[in-house]
Design a protein around this ligand. Structure first.
Ligand code: NAD
Length: 437
């Protein structure tokens, strides 16, 4: 296979993983970012976030000269046939902020030295590629095609998801761009995964609709969990019974303290906003969002009920990241919980296997009266009045419960992810509170 010359604008969770995996498929990839510090670190082999296996893959592909990093946009663009945009599209008043995407597209247009394929990997609202195509016309005299190629990888499983995706979606309106995209993804097609070729707008919507559907399943289960608590049913049993129905399937049926992260919350809000903008009813997604916001707050009354009042109490929080195997704390349920507990006069001890560095952005390490950074789960639980599970890291599942009981001031566990068996916890002498059981 002849190597394709590719550049990646944006070296965040998606851009860096995608660029590295594209290099690993045999392509010649250069990464560009406006964050010069990040690029300097990457050049030295330091990865700016935690993603299992990524460091090794970057090292290998850098060594074998298929992957490099630059702050020179012109050099990156001129030497590439295909340029990916994987910059952030954060929430701005309920809509996707497209400033970074438009800026990146403009930079690319200004640097072009011939025909280019510009691939939008960032999650963007339907019709964005059309708007970008029109916007950059005045910045270049060269021809270009805009391709919509949304990304579905999950943080923590990013390399596996990129190399072995359920599908690759390519929204394209031109034969030449289509051929180039198929060439890039040849390696993935060879492992038997379908490449869906469609129009740009459908591709843009596939991404939003997929995330919104997954978020809907979570909010749906959280609503059923509320009923389970009232009547004494067990949401885990309900989910098991539902998931065996092939039309439903077992995934994304876990009740808990709600979804977080950098994608679901903002994508649900943005799709709801787009529906409204086009005069479509968006009640369903508004409810999904409302249920989730309520759910994020649902552990607090459970903790208060178990403790009487949290004032002056020590609460041990296990897990800060929005899900296991990542250090990403953007929109994580832990932030609301810890902040509110602290405001109500509780002292918080916390631990996360990889997110402790990111925690410093949210909870001042210097405020020793309010937060105590701990080095493991047991140090966190030591002398605490209540242990709260916020992220379902495997290492929390297999803690020595007898030891926990001995070192805690009072054996109260509030399990926001239902990782423990209520019966077993009761038999061990814990006061155990889960979600929907
Ligand atoms: P991120 O915030 O981790 O990284 C974005 C990067 O883009 C930053 O390094 C930033 O410096 C850089 N950047 C900003 N403007 C730039 C410009 N003009 N030129 C070059 N670089 C620029 O973002 P992320 O989490 O990787 O998300 C990127 C996009 O992918 C978003 O649209 C997101 O919704 C989508 N997405 C994210 C995930 C995920 O799990 N994180 C999964 C699928 C899709």
């Amino acid at each position: 296979m002849q190597a394709m010359k590719i550049s990646m604008f944006g070296t965040g969770y998606v851009g860096l993983t995608t660029a590295t995996c594209l290099a690993d498929l045999g392509n010649d990839v250069v990464c560009y970012d406006i964050d010069t510090e990040k690029i300097a670190k990457l050049k030295k082999g330091s990865v700016p976030f935690y993603e299992p296996g990524l460091k090794e893959l970057i090292e290998r592909n850098s060594r074998e000269k298929r992957l490099r990093f630059t702050t020179d946009a012109k050099e990156a663009v001129e030497n590439s046939e295909v340029i990916f945009i994987a910059v952030g599209t954060p929430d701005k008043n309920g809509r996707a902020d497209l400033t970074y995407v438009f800026n990146a597209a403009e930079t690319i247009a200004r640097c072009m030295n011939g025909y280019k394929v510009i691939v939008i990997k960032s999650t963007v609202p339907v019709t964005t590629s059309e708007k970008i195509a029109a916007h950059i016309k005045s910045f270049t005299k060269y021809e270009y095609d805009i391709v919509s190629n949304p990304e579905f990888l999950r943080e923590g499983e990013a390399i596996k998801d990129f190399m072995n995706p359920d599908r690759v979606v390519i929204g394209v309106h031109n034969g030449k761009a289509k051929e180039l995209m198929i060439k890039i993804y040849k390696g993935i097609e060879r492992v038997g995964k379908p490449i869906i070729i469609t129009d740009n707008k459908s591709a843009e919507l596939i991404k939003y609709a997929s995330n919104a559907m997954l978020a809907t399943r979570i909010s749906f289960m959280n609503q059923i969990a509320c009923l389970c608590e009232k009547v004494g049913a067990d949401i885990k049993e309900v989910a098991k019974g539902m998931g065996l129905d092939e039309r439903i399937g077992p995934r994304f049926l876990q009740a808990g303290i709600g979804y977080g992260g950098s994608c679901f919350p903002k994508d649900v809000r943005a799709l709801a906003e787009t529906l409204k903008e086009y005069g479509c009813n968006n009640e369903l997604l508004e409810s999904v969002e409302t249920i989730n916001e309520r759910q994020k707050k649902s552990l607090l009354p459970k903790i208060e009920k178990a403790l009487g009042s949290v004032k002056g109490k020590t609460i041990a929080v296990l897990g800060l990241a929005f899900k296991p195997k990542t250090d990403d704390m953007r929109d994580a349920p832990s932030i609301y919980l810890i902040t509110t507990l602290q405001q109500k006069g509780a002292k918080i001890k916390f631990f996360d296997p990889v997110a402790m560095e990111n925690a410093k952005k949210y909870f001042s390490e210097r405020d020793k009266h309010a937060y105590l950074y701990c080095k493991d789960a047991y140090e966190t639980a030591q002398d605490s009045d209540c242990l709260v599970i916020v992220t379902e890291w495997d290492e929390f599942r297999y803690l020595d419960k007898e030891r926990l009981k001995k070192i805690m001031k009072s054996p109260i566990v509030v399990d926001g992810r239902n990782i423990y068996d209520p019966q077993e916890m009761k038999e061990l002498g814990f006061t155990y509170v889960g979600v929907g059981r």
